[in-house]
Design a protein around this ligand. Structure first.
Ligand code: HPA
Length: 250
């Protein structure tokens, strides 16, 4: 029986506050870029028969077919508060089982070059989210799905692409000015800074789902080097192909 959502719209249960998909509209496997227009671009470029299932707040979500498998692409927005809303609703209400975030990151080591791809095996964070979640006494370690990581490594080999695997920092601040902290994090093996992985890994664990974060290095926070926007597009496409091979193989 239709019920009224918080916002007064008639809905059939699985319509959540931020995603207007009907039950079953979202595939069990989701690729998640930060930018909703990239979600649209991925759907139009790589998926057959792609249909938009949600445009609430212009945070587009699409479902289509890739090599015989149903795949969705959902924008997350920037940062853990925004991403957590979409991740939570997909896992809690829409039966999503696998999420691969595809985004960009700033490297804090000269060992990485612009355009390199990093798979986050774990995600450290300066966010208070997990301190709040675990009552302040636990430094929870959000980690990627081993299965997806293995599959990404295999796909990278098959596509002849270099893939770094390491710890990321999921930060709440994009414009940080603490170079000394970046240096210390690099000393302890953190490769790059992005803004969503820790929340994705934590929520995937909570809901018994699989998650992985793949990021392209778009800038180097030590040297100040940054990728021109045209190259961002090309390298983003390369990473999407790696992500699609990762999810279709596992
Ligand atoms: N910080 C956080 N996220 C990012 C960065 C950064 O420097 N570069 C690309 N995504």
């Amino acid at each position: 029986m239709p019920v009224l959502s918080l916002w007064g719209r008639a809905m059939i249960c699985a319509v959540t506050a931020h995603i207007s998909a009907a039950p079953g509209d979202i595939a069990e496997t989701v690729l998640m870029p930060g930018d909703p227009l990239r979600a649209k671009w991925i759907a139009e470029t790589y998926l057959d028969d792609a249909k938009c299932y949600s445009d609430v707040r212009n945070m587009y979500g699409y479902t289509g077919m890739f090599e015989g498998q149903r795949i969705s692409v959902q924008g997350s927005g920037m940062g853990m508060p925004s991403a957590s809303i979409y991740i939570h609703e997909m896992l809690a209400e829409y039966g999503v089982k696998t999420i691969v975030r595809i985004g960009s990151a700033g490297s804090i080591t000269t060992d990485l070059e612009l355009r390199d791809v990093v798979a986050g095996i774990g995600a450290s964070s300066d966010s208070a989210m997990n301190r709040v979640r675990f009552g302040g006494n636990i430094d929870y370690a959000p980690v990627a799905s081993f299965e997806l990581l293995q599959s990404a490594a295999k796909a990278a080999g098959e596509q002849n692409k270099k893939l770094h695997v390491g710890n990321l920092l999921s930060a709440d601040t994009f414009y940080s000015d603490d170079a000394a902290l970046h240096e210390k994090l690099a000393e302890y093996g953190v490769l790059a800074i992005e803004m969503e992985a820790a929340a994705l890994y934590t929520l995937a664990a909570k809901f018994g789902a699989r998650a992985l974060t793949l990021v392209t290095i778009s800038d180097n926070l030590i040297t100040g080097a940054a990728m021109p926007s045209k190259e961002r597009e090309v390298s983003f496409g390369d990473m999407v192909e790696l992500a699609l091979a990762t999810v279709t193989d596992s």
